[in-house]
Design a protein around this ligand. Structure first.
Ligand code: 5AD
Ligand code: SF4
Length: 441
């Protein structure tokens, strides 16, 4: 038997791309490929790309440049571009980088094996359609390999919100939700293979409305059904929009034992003027009231968010409103970005804020967010938390896991193995992680 062909996948961007890369590896597994971590020995290189900001998109072209010599040395090597840059710039990629053999958009992943065969036959292959059939139903049967203790599971994809800065509605398409029984079957399969924590993914995950027995299911209903899956210990979901944070979901945060006390709820700005121009569909006050209601249901919940600074026409007063909102919320964790104009989005037509001014605002905003993150981490010292251990650490005998609140926790000793869920007393707070000691056996 000949050696299996080797596939190298490099993943950029969000967790949904991580999930998609796993699905592509499985689909190519059905074609006789095994994964490698070394591009130099690959027969096929796939870049799973992100288009959200200009910097992310440009990385693709510099990465492709690096593979030129590999392709020259091994003409049989096939190079593919997948993900959101593929969707947005398909033809342009082929034009700028003629060594690219195939381009596949996020909604056509299931057609990857067929595209690979076309590419092997010496043809250029491009598929950036939004096909009628749901890709989820066509992806290869999973090989029943063991898995680590955590997994992502896409339940919803696409977005109908059309925030003025965002490419997602164009690259991932309109919102679709997977049927509840399909999601539950995939969750049970993951649990049988060793998974104890599942993060449900969607660009707008709390707008989930999948077909289920007796009509459409909300995300809360799905969470409650997952709560009953034996062997599954933890449930998370991301990313949510404030406009879709329904009462039943808030209630689940108070009552569902397996739903973790962490919520990623981006607000982007604290200025009503800018929120309106962003087409966010909510104002600062309604967001703050929502946070209050969530905290009333689950007082120890850790809130995380996303911010964009330097959105067109943002003034120092608008920025001060954002800082005030951050002060009021007290975030445990945040991602913040300088506005990046994206082709095809409404905001791309508008005048930019001075670049130095925008950088200065980002620095001030990040300083505040870091301070809040540390305050919340420091407040964990002395507390007892659940930790799911995911891997060995750098120090001898050290294990690293995630707390219920998604803090990285380092523990030494205690006979802990990967996949163990243990109670840990937090003893120290480092810049980006916590340290602790296991309690009991
Ligand atoms: N510029 C900067 N940041 C952006 N995001 C989305 N689009 C842009 C853009 N054009 C950020 C938002 C979003 C996160 C995933 O990326 O904060 O929540
Ligand atoms: Fe983009 Fe707004 Fe949709 Fe989030 S809600 S994916 S920021 S358009």
């Amino acid at each position: 038997m000949s050696d299996p062909k080797k596939l190298y996948i490099k993943t950029y961007g969000c967790q949904m791309n991580v999930y998609d890369s796993e699905r592509m590896a499985e689909a190519m597994g059905g074609e006789g490929y095994v994964e490698t971590q070394d591009p130099a020995e690959a027969d096929m290189i796939l870049l799973n790309t992100c288009h959200i900001r200009e910097k992310a998109a440009e990385k693709v072209y510099s990465e492709l440049g690096r593979y030129k010599s590999l392709k020259a040395a091994k003409p049989d090597l096939k190079i593919g571009v997948a993900g959101c840059v593929a969707q947005a710039e398909g033809q342009e990629i082929m034009r700028r980088q003629p060594m690219v053999d195939l381009v596949v958009g996020p909604q056509s992943l299931h057609r990857l094996p067929e595209l690979e065969r076309r590419a092997r036959g010496g043809h250029k292959a491009l598929d950036t359609e939004f096909p009628e059939e749901l890709k989820f139903d066509h992806l290869a049967e999973r090989p029943r390999a063991a898995r680590g203790p955590t997994a992502f599971l896409t339940v919803q994809e696409g977005c109908d919100k059309f925030c003025a800065f965002c490419v997602v509605p164009y690259t991932r398409g309109t919102e679709i939700s997977r049927p509840a029984d399909k999601v539950l079957a995939e969750a049970r399969d993951l649990v049988e293979r060793g998974v104890r924590e599942i993060t449900l993914l969607g660009q707008n995950v709390n707008a989930y409305h999948g077909a289920g027995p007796h009509g459409d299911w909300s995300l809360a209903r799905l969470v409650w059904a997952l709560d009953k899956v034996d062997g599954l210990d933890r449930i998370r979901f991301t990313t949510s929009h404030p406009g879709d944070m329904s009462d039943d979901l808030i209630e689940a945060h108070g009552e569902c034992p397996k739903l973790m006390p962490y919520l990623h709820l981006p607000v982007q700005s604290g200025s009503d003027r800018i929120l309106k121009r962003m087409n966010r569909g909510h104002d600062a006050e309604s967001y703050l009231r929502l946070i209050e209601r969530i905290r009333a249901a689950r007082p120890d919940i850790l809130i995380s968010g996303d911010f964009i600074v330097g959105f067109p026409e943002e003034t120092e007063t608008d920025f001060a409103d954002t800082m005030a909102l951050i002060e009021a919320v007290r975030y445990g964790q945040c991602y913040s970005f300088k506005y990046s104009a994206r082709p095809g989005t409404p905001a791309a037509e508008r005048a930019l804020v001075d670049a130095t001014e925008a950088s200065d605002r980002l620095t001030r905003l990040q300083a505040l967010l870091t301070r809040q993150q540390h305050q919340i981490q420091n407040a964990m010292v002395g507390r007892e938390v659940g930790v799911l251990f995911e891997r060995t650490g750098r120090m001898p005998g050290q294990m690293v896991g995630k707390s219920d609140h998604l803090h990285a926790v380092h523990v030494t000793g205690g006979g802990i193995s990967t996949g163990d869920l243990r109670r840990v007393r937090i003893t120290e707070s480092a810049p980006n992680s916590l340290g602790g000691v296991p309690i009991g056996g």
